[in-house]
Design a protein around this ligand. Structure first.
Ligand code: SF4
Length: 269
């Protein structure tokens, strides 16, 4: 008999086709099922779960004013990318800090010409504290190589720096609490081009409501920087047929950066 989660994943994949960019990993579904499984001693279990902390406005303001003083390495100069990364690692600006293993500030060349922005860390990224290191990350690496860049030459970041539970999309209040970090990263790096991976990134950075099918493949702008939205690599893993369109988007980016995409292979005569 087909595994229950395989069936459920197939159903959700169909849903993701209707609403691109929204997806669910089998691991996520298992976590979901575990969360909803009946507990033998629910009273005891509830007692063991600490109450959700209240996040006071001052905590967010604290972050915006430069981080949580007293927890940061003193050798990092405020206003540098390293200082921002360290600030993020200690941030408690929204409730996602309660469920993360590691914050994922972003990484890459501080002088990158090209910046990739995704939605938020997944399970692998949460474990390692690095962006795009799971299966989707491996595909992103291939996309970067195909664009004639090395991973360490670009900068990779996300809208939220801590993993939303069960890989759900970030809540508006979580994105609002976190987006200041990304805005600072963009301001400090000043890339020549930004590639937005998926509709959620476009929604929170550019305030666009359209789906990725409508947004992809055309130039938008953020703070004077050309922005190309395209499919999230996790979506491409599920929807192989979208890779061709994604490659067309990336070729536009290459040309914008003065790189000539490889000529298409000729079919054998
Ligand atoms: S998601 Fe952003 S604002 Fe929330 S705790 Fe993590 S770093 Fe701080």
């Amino acid at each position: 008999m087909t595994d229950f989660f395989t069936q459920l994943t197939a159903i959700l994949e169909k849903e993701a086709l209707r609403r691109p960019g929204i997806m669910a990993e089998p691991e996520t579904l298992r976590e979901l099922a575990a969360d909803h499984a009946p507990r033998k001693n629910s009273a005891a279990a509830e007692a063991a779960v600490p109450a959700a902390p209240e996040f006071r406005k001052e905590q967010v303001d604290d972050r915006r004013s430069g981080g949580i003083s007293g927890q940061l390495r003193s050798d990092l100069r405020p206003g540098t990318l390293e200082h921002l990364v360290e600030t993020v690692r200690h941030c408690r600006g929204c409730p996602l800090c309660e469920t993360r293993l590691n914050a994922v500030p972003g990484e890459g060349d501080p002088h990158a010409r090209l910046m990739f922005i995704g939605e938020g860390p997944g399970a692998d990224e949460d474990r390692q504290g690095r962006p795009f290191v799971g299966a989707a990350g491996q595909l992103l690496d291939k996309m970067i190589t195909a664009m004639q860049f090395k991973r360490e030459e670009v900068y990779i970041a996300n809208i939220v720096k801590c993993r939303p539970p069960r890989n759900r999309a970030p809540m508006p209040e979580e994105a609002a609490a976190c987006i200041g970090y990304l805005e600072h990263q963009i301001r400090m790096i000043r890339p020549e081009v930004i590639v937005l991976l998926g509709a959620t990134a476009a929604h929170f950075l550019l305030k666009r409501e359209e789906g990725i099918m409508k947004l992809r493949g055309r130039w938008l702008e953020y703070d004077g920087i050309p922005v190309m939205p395209t499919f999230h690599p996790a979506f491409l893993l599920r929807q192989e047929s979208a890779k061709r369109d994604s490659w067309e988007d990336l070729k536009l980016v290459m040309r914008k950066l003065g790189k000539e995409p490889p000529a298409p292979r000729r079919a054998a005569q």
